[in-house]
Design a protein around this ligand. Structure first.
Ligand SMILES: Nc1ncnc2c1ncn2[C@@H]1O[C@H](COP(=O)(O)OP(=O)(O)O)[C@@H](O)[C@H]1O
Ligand SMILES: O=C(CO)[C@@H](O)[C@H](O)COP(=O)(O)O
Length: 499
């Protein structure tokens, strides 16, 4: 049995995988809170992730009806890009700045200029550093909290931090590392010189974790943590990875041809590539995969983070929200939402804020408002899909995952707007499943590593035929009109909010 954990933005999910039968035996979850401010700050206390880890794990074990002693390996997936700083004693220095934090956008801009703009960054790192990436958070910390900066002994990403807590070792792996902004995705090495630009003392380079291959273990779980979690003290912790990299494994997206889309707090879209296929479009992030190749990816910052705001404003539960979306017609009778509540990565509008356009005395209804936010957030993904397609990636079908993939209403909107059929895997918590599969891979001996991973995915990733959704050509054509309008309005907004 293997334990898969996904530390997402809104919560931690855990599941128990029987890798022999390929069945998920039980799952659990626990939520996180967010510390936000109007200046774009988005932070979380890493200690909260530990509590959620424990709660979700205990729930998953209980639901599976097994003893924690049966767990052989643990795989941890985590939200990408977050910055966790530890001192020499391993204590957390300050709250983690998250992937969706836009407070350090000015610092990102300065670093981008140092790299020679998007083109220079693409040439040097293989990615154009964007607001939200880890690197700008380091410069921000140096300037805003010099006393804490001076005490940095370890620079970790969220999943690295959880692995450090589990094992006592500071390690990272290529997939998550490639979202840091101080990593060369082509050579799979840290870019120490960029860190020296932030602090020439060499302190940051010394604080980097050791890089692991994706099928390498970090090490055994520490006895006191095994006891706290009720797990086998012999259990081994796998390298784990970023949530999108683990989502790729958990949807069997380990060969070219498939596209995975995640409807989580963020919206993401990614496809496996055997080469570091660097797109000329700076908004396509050619991250490394955690299965050997690369994972060109699009991320929108405003997905269920935005729909959740409207849902809360109207005091709706998730079902009532979905029912209202369904009630309103395509285009929400002219109501258009540009849902960039905290700026946006794709389209690149880090300094923008949200707006609601086209209101008149008839169309400002609860149903139209719910539909407008779902359409507005989905259009961001549609724009991303166009960029991925323009970069040469195939996209015959989409494998849809993440919290909102559970909703038939969302599934139909996405299929129609993308003009592409989709299907969900049985396990929509695909990042947690991918992490459990990776743990099984890590502990399965044998020479042909790729074949072994493929066999595990074959056995453990099942599609749920009942979620298969076809685009309706008439609806797709209707959305096309609304999407054109959205693109025009985004261009206008971009003129007033340069990146
Ligand atoms: N049954 C459902 N129908 C529609 N949306 C849902 C459903 N369940 C969860 N969600 C949405 O998914 C969101 C959480 O997605 P999730 O992928 O767990 O996020 P993260 O990994 O970023 O924490 C919730 O805030 C909610 O908006
Ligand atoms: O920043 C990115 C991808 O580059 C996000 O996808 C984060 O990885 C957060 O994921 P969720 O919490 O939405 O799953």
């Amino acid at each position: 049995m293997y334990l898969g954990i996904d530390c997402g933005t809104q919560g931690t999910k855990a599941l128990v995988l029987d890798a022999d039968s390929g069945q998920v035996l039980g799952a659990g979850s626990a939520s996180h809170s967010l510390q936000s401010a109007a200046n774009g700050r988005r932070e979380q206390q890493p200690g909260q992730w530990l509590e959620a880890f424990e709660q979700a794990t205990r729930q998953a074990l209980a639901a599976a009806g097994i003893s924690g002693e049966q767990i052989l390996g643990i795989g941890v997936s985590g939200q990408q890009h977050g910055l966790v700083l530890l001192d020499e004693q391993g204590a957390v220095l300050r709250p983690a700045k998250l992937w969706c934090d836009t407070e350090s956008t000015p610092e990102n801009q300065r670093l981008l200029e140092h790299l020679g703009g998007a083109a220079g960054s693409l040439q040097r790192l293989g990615v154009a550093i964007a607001p939200g990436y880890t690197v700008s958070k380091l410069l921000w910390t140096r300037e805003q909290h010099p006393e804490l900066f001076a005490r940095i002994a370890h620079i970790l990403l969220p999943h690295d931090y959880l692995n450090h807590w589990l094992t006592g070792r500071a390690c990272s792996e290529y997939g998550d590392a490639s979202g840091s902004g101080y990593f060369d995705v082509r050579t799979r090495q840290w870019d120490g010189a960029l860190l020296d630009f932030i602090d020439p003392s060499g302190r940051l380079q010394r604080a980097l974790p050791q890089l692991l291959e994706p099928d390498q273990p970090v090490g055994p779980i520490r006895p006191q943590i095994a006891e706290r979690l009720g797990l086998n003290p012999q259990a081994v912790v796998a390298s784990g990875g970023g949530d999108n990299m683990m989502g790729a494994i958990g949807t069997g997206n380990i060969r070219p041809g498939a596209i995975t889309m995640s409807l989580g707090t963020s919206g993401t879209l990614y496809a496996y590539s055997e080469q570091p296929m660097i797109s000329p479009h700076a908004q396509v992030a050619t991250f490394c995969s955690s299965s050997g190749g690369w994972l060109p990816l699009i991320c929108t910052m405003n997905l269920t983070s935005a729909t959740g705001l409207i849902q809360q404003l109207l005091e709706l539960d998730i079902q009532a929200f979905g029912a209202l979306v369904e009630q309103a017609p395509i285009g929400a009778e002219g109501l258009l939402m540009l849902p960039f509540f905290n700026g946006e990565r794709v389209p690149a509008l880090p300094n923008a804020r949200a707006s609601l356009l086209g209101m008149d005395s008839d169309n400002l209804t609860r149903a139209n408002l719910c539909r407008a936010v779902v359409e507005g957030t989905s259009f961001g993904l549609r724009y991303g899909l166009d960029l991925l397609r323009a970069s040469g990636l195939q996209s015959q079908t989409i494998r849809l995952i993440g919290g909102a993939a559970k909703s038939p209403v969302w599934r139909q909107v996405i299929a129609d707007i993308m003009g592409t059929p989709l299907v969900c895997p049985r396990q929509t918590e695909a990042a947690a499943l991918g992490a459990a599969i990776q743990a099984a891979w890590c502990l399965t001996p044998g020479a042909d590593r790729q074949a072994q991973l493929a066999a595990l995915c074959e056995r453990c990733v099942q599609l749920d035929a009942s979620t298969q959704t076809q685009p309706d050509p008439a609806r797709t054509a209707q959305y096309e009109e609304v999407y054109r309008h959205y693109r025009e309005q985004v261009s206008r907004l971009a003129e007033h909010n340069p990146a």
